[in-house]
Structures are given as C-alpha cells and as structure tokens.
Design a protein around this ligand. Structure first.
Ligand code: F58
Length: 824
C-alpha cells in the first residue's frame, strides 16, 4: 500500500486566508481572468473550484482510508438524481458558509448573485430523483461508504415557461457554461452492447456456455461528482455515465472511406445519454429509454466488479462487499445483467451466481398506480437483449417451478406471478424481475408498503413475506431547512443549539417554545420575512403582486390528475363564487401558489396549468375580490426555486386521492418549515399527522379503503355533483367560459372528465375539502394558536429526516456500518 497523501497547506488550507488565496488563484489560473474583467460566471466558477478543492481533499482521504479495508459499499442505482445546486450546500456541509460570505463581501460582490449563477443539474423528474439526492447526502453525512450510479443526461428536465397561461418546454442546458463539480474520467470506461444474437459453445472444461454476439457496442465514460457529508470528512462518489462511440467503429468506417457512417455511429451512440425522459409515468414503447436503463446498469455493474476485483475479492463473496439498491424498476435489468456478467463473463455456475445476485439486490417500489408499473414488449426486449431474454426465461422457469411446488394446480397464480405478462401481448414485467432477484423489497411509507403487500405485490408477499419491509421516505434537513431557511435555522439554534441538524429528533426540544409568546412572535417574524422574499421572487418572475400578510397556501409538485391540483382550483372558484354572490363575504385573505411541471405529452395536466392561470387572470383582476384572493402559478419549479417556496408557506396542500401517492416528500419539506398541512390520509401524510398530532393537521377526504370500495361498487360523480349546489356553480363557471373569455370548448375536456369519469374522485372529496378549508380560514385568524401549531409541526418532524430513513436501510437491508474518515 502506498504512503498516505499529504496535502496540508496549499489548496487544502481552509483558513480564511487560505480560501481567499485559492479563490484568487482560480480566478487567475483556472478561469484565466484579471479580477477586474472577471465575469459573474468566472467568479462563480472560481468559488466552485475553491470549494471543490476542499471536497477533493476529503474525497482522496476517503478513498485512501477505505482502500484495503474489509468493508461494504452501498451502491444506489438510480436513473435519476435531482441534485440541485451544489455550491451553497457544500459550503454548509464544510462549515465555511460565513467565511465565504465574508470573502465575497471583501472582494466587493454579492454572493447571492454568485449562487444564482449556478445551473442546477436537473437530472430527475420529481420525488424519486430528489429522494436519491437526499439519500446521497445522508449516506455521506452518516459516514457510510456509498456510490450513486446513474446517467449523465446532457439535457435534464426541461425548463418550463408559461406563455398565455400554457406550459411551454425549453431544453435545459445545464452544461452550457461548464460543470465545475464533476471530474471526467476518460480512463474509466465500459463497453455496453445491444442487439445481435446468442450462440452456444463448450468451454475448455466441456461445460455448456452461451456467448452473445452483439450487433453494436457503445462506450460508457465515467463522470464523477464528489458528495460531501454534513460536517464530516466522508466524501462519497456519484458516478454518472455518458455514452460515446467506441473508437474502433470510427476507424473501421474511416478505413472503408465511410466518413458519414462514422459520424452516424457517433451520433447514434451519444444519443443514449442525450436527454432525460420527462414523463412521470413510464413509457412502454420507447426503445431509447430501455437502452438508457441497460446502458447505465451495465456500466455500473461492470464498474463494481472491477473495483471489487481490484481488492482481490472472490466473486462468490461479492454480496458481502456490495449492497445494490434498485431505485424503482428502472435499473431492474441489473438482475439479469449481473447474472450474465457472473455466468457468461466470469464463468460462474448458475446457482452460486443466482445466490450472489439475490443477496446483493434490494428493490424500492415508488408507485401504486397500475399504469405506472414498467413492462416492456418481449419483442423489443429480446431484440435489444437476446442474452438477457434467455436469462430472464431461465430465472422465470426456475421461479415458476417453485410457485407450482408451493401452490400445485394454481395456474392463475403462476400467470399472475410470471416475469412475462401474457394476458394480451407479451411483456417483461420489471417489478417481478426486481422482486424475484432481490432479498429485500420495500415501499416508501407505511400505508404504501401495506398496500403493496395487500394489492400490487400480494402474491410475492404471500410467497416470501420475509423480504418485505417499509422504509418511510425522508428529506435532508441540510438543504431543506438549513440552506432554504437560514432565518428559522438561526432562531432554532438560538434556543436549542445546532445538534438537531444531525439528529433532527432533537427538534422536539422546541416543543415548550410553542407556549412562549415571545418565541412565537419571533417565529412569525421569520415566516413573514420568508413570505416577503417569495413575494419578491413572484413579482420578478410573474409580475404579480402578492401580499405577504395574506395566508400563503401552496401546492408545488409535478402536475398529475392523481395529485389533484384541480381540486384546489375548484375550491378557489368556490371562494370566488361566494365573494361574487356576497361581496362582503368574510374571508381571511389568501394567496394560492401553484408550481410544477407537466409531462409534455400529458394534455390534461397541461390543461390544468392553463386553468390555474386562467382563474388567476380573472380573480386577480376582479375589483370585487378586493385583495382577498390571489392565484399565482410559479413557473419552472426546480430545486433551486423550491428554496424560496417551502419556507414561505403557511399551508401545504397534500391532497392526492387516498391510495395513489406512494409517500410524497414535499409534504415533509413544508411541515419542517412550519407549514400546516391540509391533506388526505395518503402516503406519508398519515405518518406526518401521527407525528405532529391530529390537532395540528387539517384532515379531509376518503380513506384508501373507502376509495377502493367506492370504485368497486361503481362510483358515480354525478351523484355528488347533484347533491352539492356550490360544486354545480363552480363547474358551471368553468364550463360556461367564464375563465376563458366565453370559450366553452377550452376546458370542456376537463369538465367532461370530471362529470363522467372523475377517476380521482374530486367530486367525492370536494365537500369535505371545502369544509376543512373553512376550518383553516378560521384557524388562521387566531395567529397565536396558528403559530403554536406551526412550531409544533417543525418540532415534531425529526422522523422525516433522510438520516433516519438511511439508518433503517443500513441496518435492515444493506447491513453496512459507518467508516469515519480522518483528515490527518
Ligand atoms: C415518487 N415517484 C412518488 N416517480 O410518486 C412519490 O409519492 C414518492 O414520494 C417519491 O417517488 C419518492 O419515493 C416518482 O417521482 C418518477 O418520477 C418516475 C420517473 C421515471 C418514470 C416513472 C416515474
């Protein structure tokens, strides 16, 4: 083993002088600028590199101290990592936020402008991708050795603009000005193949083997981003793969004089990691999406085997050194790929290889929506992965044999559990592959995990109940409280110190402060500042003036019918209708704020955005409303913008149809920041309510059980419609063209969907929602009591730290332990 690297002083120097010197050096030597001509981007880059130096220092220490140790690494496989800006977060984790603020001031510029310069890596759609990012933060903060593996999309989630009330998508160009946080590793590459055919042969020991003769091969190149934990030296790795053409192809084509062929091949290969699919539901037929999945899974598994072999490990012990978590089914092909690598490439026999595979993988499910369960047409699948198809058939054959042994004669069960869906067309069921190939299966909230066992994965639970557990989601308090809400952080620190940032259970120490009028006053002052801040950003981005003294009632999340943004809109229209019918209607002034992206091909979701903006246009301009109602659609919700939003909320809308939202994580971010929740008994809302106390939570709506039985008995939205005159007036206003300059056609698809189907039961829940909103209105008038509830929400949210969630994964599923890293 080589000597430990010593790099004290120089760029590892974290003193104020050291940081200042490093920063100036980067302006000069990295950006190649005189300070006087440095652009905003130069300054941002120089700061980023200054911070990155600190990360690299810790990263090298981490790798050095882990090398040669008999330890286990968590490998988090995710098609999405929605990281958000790095700079501020790393400053917080390093503990040099104030120092850097000071340096910026000295050098004469506004650090907020520098922060604002950073383009966030939007490599995810929503909750699932953001959860992966929170988990990386917690793994490093808990000093657990981990690697995140994913895809380096050249274009992340689209930027959203609102034009004439409609969503317009613009391509995200996060790499345009360079990415100072990543290190390209051109020497770390993998080959990944597609298509072709397989061929049996006998190896030198006379054993039957299969070789895959692929049609084409691309190269994966590693791009590494250091992930530092909070106030620890552990710096983990996020390794994202970019697809490139393999050189030999270009040469071959050149040799036969096919210049265009060579370029085509290059374009074809690079296509694989070009763009993130912006759907929040899987797309069955999209070949490129399947290629993306296999591409990153194969690169990652090859990389793990390479790392493992470096340490001289024997393959049958692989699962003692790597715990691989599948973030939903997108990387589930990994089960077949690991088998292929072990059996075909490494020459292992099937049984020991299968044993290793099952012991290595764990699978997290994130959805209950049946239409969102991934399945791929067998034809497409077998065309791209002929060898994996064979492997899956073999896994299935052995698995179904076992099912038949346990349940003789139960062919219906066999058909239900098969890895191949043959109920009409033939499809590979990715969730079944993930279940069969993993030793652990979990849902992301208590209710979700229960429903998985009772419904979606019922047969699998009956067969192997020991594999199932729940791991309720969590979010990192570093980004969503400390970074997003410095005012509240300072106030809390003044009372109970700062140990809660690591151990958020300690936030409970704030509970007595809820009874202290002076503290409540301070709490309100911070909230008001945050609301003023959001009001400013709203004015800048939309031109709409909102009153920070009004109640900020916020719903930000992906646009989806099951999330029911339109239920919120129906209620807004009801309030508006009351004002129109009775101009002196007594209403506590409210600002309704929405934000979120719609999948570009999801017409109904886009129409809901248009409806929100149309209602806003009418309501915001109507003199009768007289400031009592404002409606805002905040454009381009992303991690960077979200930091203005969560801390400014009084009320958090978590109103999905019960049984549809697996967990939700926005609900946690709001509540941590002292917003009260109006919500259904869905996802993690159930547990949030348990923690904060039913008296500090506004509950409404059907339960999941009621939703199911109503559906079973035949749900008729018209009955609810006819029984509720207010609902009739609301729907009539939309249908009549009141919000669309008399155009009765515009919102007709939405109105018809509600009147005749109402798949997500808005009408069934409307009455109870409107009633509870009335109670919210009353409660807000008693500011002292509201503040009390707000404080108790923050104080009781410790459970929803991603640190708690990651501890559970480490203990129950991964069996990994922290490895503290020393700097010297
Ligand atoms: C979300 N799923 C769940 N999927 O909807 C949410 O309840 C949960 O809190 C969160 O996961 C974390 O567990 C989600 O965000 C996606 O975005 C996928 C992207 C790729 C296509 C399929 C959906």
């Amino acid at each position: 083993q080589s000597e430990p690297v010593s790099c004290t002083g120089g760029r590892a120097d974290m003193s104020l002088d050291g940081l200042r010197r490093t920063f100036r050096e980067h302006v000069f030597y990295t950006q190649g600028r005189f300070p006087s001509v440095a652009t905003r981007n130069d300054l941002y880059m120089a700061f980023a590199y200054t911070v990155r130096d600190q990360l690299l220092h810790r990263w090298i220490k981490t790798v050095e101290q882990m090398a040669g140790k008999d330890l286990k690494i968590v490998s988090y496989l995710s098609a999405e990592f929605l990281l958000g800006p790095h700079l501020e977060n790393n400053l917080i984790n390093l503990g040099i936020y104030d120092d850097v603020l000071g340096i910026a001031k000295e050098e004469g510029f506004d650090i907020q402008v520098i922060f604002d310069q950073e383009e966030e890596p939007g490599l995810g759609n929503g909750g699932l991708g953001r959860l992966a990012a929170c988990y990386l933060d917690s793994l490093a903060s808990l000093e657990v050795p981990a690697i995140g593996y994913g895809i380096r999309y050249e274009f992340g989630i689209f930027d959203q603009e609102i034009r004439d009330g409609w969503q317009v998508e613009r391509t995200d160009q996060w790499l345009r000005l360079g990415n100072p946080w990543e290190l390209a590793r051109p020497e770390i590459t993998c080959r990944v193949s597609f298509g072709g055919r397989t061929e049996p042969y006998q190896d030198d020991r006379g054993r039957y083997r299969v070789r895959w003769i692929p049609h084409r091969t691309v190269k994966g190149v590693a791009y590494d981003t250091p992930i530092l934990g909070y106030r620890v030296n552990t710096c983990n790795l996020l390794r994202l793969w970019k697809a490139e053409a393999i050189e030999s192809f270009e040469f071959e084509a050149f040799n036969v004089g096919d210049y265009y062929g060579a370029v085509d091949e290059k374009i074809y290969s690079e296509n694989i990691t070009k763009v993130l699919y912006p759907n929040d539901e899987p797309v069955q037929g999209k070949q490129l999406r399947l290629e993306q999945q296999y591409f990153f899974v194969s690169c990652s598994l090859q990389d793990m085997l390479r790392i493992y072999k470096l340490g001289g490990g024997k393959l049958d012990r692989f699962s003692r050194h790597f715990a691989i978590q599948l973030n939903d089914t997108h990387p589930a092909l990994g089960v077949a790929e690991l088998m292929r690598l072990l059996v075909d490439e490494e020459g292992m026999d099937w049984e020991p290889a299968w044993d290793v595979t099952c012991k290595t993988f764990g699978y997290t499910n994130h959805t209950l929506l049946p239409e969102a369960l991934e399945k791929w047409p067998v034809e497409l699948f077998a065309g791209l992965f002929p060898r994996h198809m064979e492997i899956i058939y073999e896994i299935n054959r052995r698995f179904l044999d076992e099912v038949r042994r346990r349940w003789p004669g139960d062919e219906a069960r066999v058909a239900r559990m098969s890895l191949i869906d043959e109920s009409g067309g033939r499809f590979v069921r990715m969730a079944h592959l993930a279940c069969v190939g993993s030793h652990a299966i979990n849902g992301v909230a208590e209710l979700h995990s229960r429903l998985l066992k009772e419904d979606v994965l019922r047969d699998f639970h009956e067969m192997t109940p020991e594999k199932f557990s729940n791991k309720t989601n969590g979010v990192t308090p570093r980004r969503f409280l400390v970074l997003a809400n410095p005012g509240l952080t300072r106030l809390i620190e003044g009372k109970i110190g700062d140990t809660w940032i690591r151990r958020p259970e300690e936030l409970r120490k704030l509970e007595p402060c809820a009874d202290d009028p002076a503290f409540r006053e301070e709490w309100r002052r911070v909230k008001l500042e945050n609301k003023k801040n959001l009001a400013r950003v709203i004015r800048e981005r939309t031109g709409i003036e909102v009153d920070p003294a009004s109640m900020f009632d916020i719903q930000v999340k992906r646009l989806h019918e099951y999330k029911r943004q339109h239920l919120n809109v129906l209620h807004i229209i009801a309030l508006y209708d009351r004002i129109k019918r009775n101009p002196s209607y007594d209403l506590c002034p409210r600002t309704f704020i929405f934000g979120g992206k719609a999948a570009p091909g999801y017409f109904m979701a886009k129409l809901i955005i248009k409806l929100i903006n149309s209602v806003g246009d009418t309501v915001n301009r109507d003199p009768d409303v007289n400031g009592r109602l404002k409606v805002v659609f905040f454009p381009d919700l992303n991690v960077k913008n979200a930091k203005f939003i969560y801390p400014a909320a009084d009320l958090s809308e978590q109103i999905s149809t019960a049984g549809k939202e697996a967990s939700g994580t926005g609900n946690m971010k709001f509540s941590m920041n002292g917003a009260l929740t109006i919500g259904t008994l869905d996802g993690a809302n159930v547990e949030i309510r348990e923690e904060v106390g039913a008296e500090n939570f506004f509950l409404f709506g059907l339960t999941a059980e009621e939703v199911y039985s109503l559906k079973r008995d035949g749900y008729r939205p018209m009955e609810y419609f006819q029984a509720n005159p207010e609902l009739q007036r609301v729907v009539e206003r939309i249908a009549s063209g009141y919000f669309s300059n008399g155009d009765r056609e515009l919102f007709k698809p939405l109105v018809d969907a509600l009147m005749f189907h109402d798949t997500f039961m808005l009408f069934a829940d409307f009455g109870s929602y409107a009633d509870v909103q009335g109670r919210v209105d009353e409660a807000y008038r008693d500011r002292e009591h509201w503040t009390r509830m707000s404080i108790l929400n923050s104080a009781r949210m410790g459970k929803f730290s991603s640190d708690r969630a990651i501890r559970e994964y480490c203990e129950d599923i991964w069996k990994v332990k922290p490895v503290p890293i020393l700097l010297e």
